[in-house]
Design a protein. Structure first.
Length: 318
C-alpha cells in the first residue's frame, strides 16, 4: 500500500483551514507547553502572558482540528505541566540540573510576572495544573474526554529541586467527537505478566525519552506515538499533527502504512522532516519513502479516505 505525507508551513489555524471536513482519521500531537520553551517564531503558542490565554489558543486550534477529524475519529494530546514562579519576568531554573530550559530566555518572560500570575490566582512555586485546565476547557468546547494516559519516563530528566519529588511523567489525553468511535485495542495489546495471552494495554505507558540530534529539541519518542496511531487510525488512513515539529508523527504513521499531514509554523523545523522520517523508517526497519516538497498554505488534494468501519472487525470504545 502506497502512503504519502504533506507538510503545510504556516500558522496551523490557517493551514488547517485548507483541509477538507472529516478528512483525517486521528490527530496525534504535542503542543508547545506553557512557558517552557521559545521556538523562535512571533506567532508561536506557549509564550502567552497568561495561562488562560494559552488554553484558549489551544482550544481554538483543536476546534479547527475537530472540523477536519472524522466523526469516528480520535484526538490524542500529549501536554505537560509547569510551575508558577514569581521572578519579575525572569524564567525560574525549575526544569533541569543545569538551570533554565534549553532555548528559553532567562529574562523578558511576562508570563512569569508576579502580578500576571496573581491575576489568575497562582501562588509562587505552585503547580499550575495546565493539562487539566486544558482538558476541562476541551470538554466545555464539546469534546468527549475519554481517558487520561500517563507517560512514565524511566530515563526522566533530573531537576534542581530539594523540596519536592522529581517529575517523571506527562499526560496524554484521549478526546473524541462522539461516544462511539474507531479504536483498535487489539492492535496495541501487550504481553501479560504470566507471559501467556496478550492483554489490553493499561493506561500507564512506560516509555523512555529518546534523543535525536537536531535543531528541534522536543521530539516525540516514536514508541510513544506508535500505539496512538495503531489504535486510532486504520491502515491506509490519515494521521494529522497540527504541531508537526520535526515530523515524528509522520514518520511513525508512514512506517505503519498510514498517510500523514503535518502543520508547522517554523520553516526551519519543517526542513528537518525528511531526515526525521528516514530515521524513523530505519528504526522500524521498513523501506524509506520518496519525500514530497513542503507546502506553504494552499489548497491540498484529499487522500482516498473512503473507509467503512464495517470493513473492520473491531470493538468500539466504551
Amino acid at each position: 500500500m502506497s502512503v504519502d505525507y504533506r507538510v503545510l508551513i504556516g500558522d496551523c489555524l490557517d493551514t488547517l483551514k485548507t483541509l477538507p471536513e472529516q478528512s483525517v482519521h486521528t490527530c496525534v500531537t504535542s503542543p508547545p507547553y506553557f512557558g517552557l520553551r521559545d521556538y523562535g517564531h512571533e506567532w508561536q503558542i506557549g509564550l502567552e502572558q497568561r495561562a488562560p490565554e494559552y488554553v484558549s489558543n489551544l482550544v481554538s486550534v483543536f476546534s479547527e482540528v475537530r472540523r477536519v477529524l472524522r466523526n469516528d475519529g480520535t484526538l490524542m494530546v500529549n501536554i505537560g505541566d509547569t510551575f508558577a514562579g514569581y521572578k519579575d519576568g525572569k524564567f525560574p531554573p525549575q526544569s533541569t540540573s543545569n538551570g533554565n530550559q534549553r532555548s528559553m530566555p532567562v529574562s523578558g518572560a511576562p508570563h512569569r510576572n508576579k502580578k500576571l500570575l496573581q491575576l489568575d490566582g497562582y501562588k509562587d512555586k505552585e503547580l499550575m495544573g495546565i493539562p487539566w485546565r486544558f482538558a476541562f476547557a476541551m470538554q466545555d468546547a464539546g469534546w468527549y474526554l475519554r481517558q487520561e494516559i500517563i507517560w512514565s519516563k524511566p530515563n526522566y530528566t533530573p531537576e534542581k529541586v530539594k523540596d519536592r519529588c522529581v517529575r517523571s511523567h506527562e499526560k496524554i489525553f484521549l478526546f473524541t467527537k462522539r461516544p462511539r468511535y474507531f479504536f483498535d485495542g487489539d492492535a496495541i495489546k501487550v504481553p501479560s505478566e504470566s507471559g501467556g495471552e496478550l492483554k489490553l494495554r493499561p493506561d500507564v505507558w512506560r516509555i523512555p525519552v529518546s534523543s535525536w540530534r537536531s535543531a528541534h529539541f522536543a521530539t516525540f519518542p516514536p514508541d510513544l506515538i506508535q500505539p496512538c496511531i495503531l489504535a486510532g487510525c486504520p491502515e491506509g488512513g490519515t494521521v494529522l499533527d497540527p504541531f508537526g515539529g520535526s515530523g515524528t508523527t509522520a514518520g511513525v504513521a508512514l512506517a505503519h502504512g498510514r498517510n500523514a499531514v503535518l502543520c508547522e509554523l517554523n520553516p526551519e523545523y519543517a526542513e528537518l522532516v525528511p531526515e526525521r522520517i528516514d530515521w524513523i523508517t530505519d528504526y522500524y526497519k521498513v523501506p524509506r519513502i520518496e519525500h514530497p516538497r513542503h507546502e506553504a498554505p494552499a489548497e491540498i488534494d484529499d487522500f482516498d479516505l473512503d473507509l467503512d468501519l464495517d470493513d473492520f472487525d473491531l470493538e468500539f470504545g466504551t
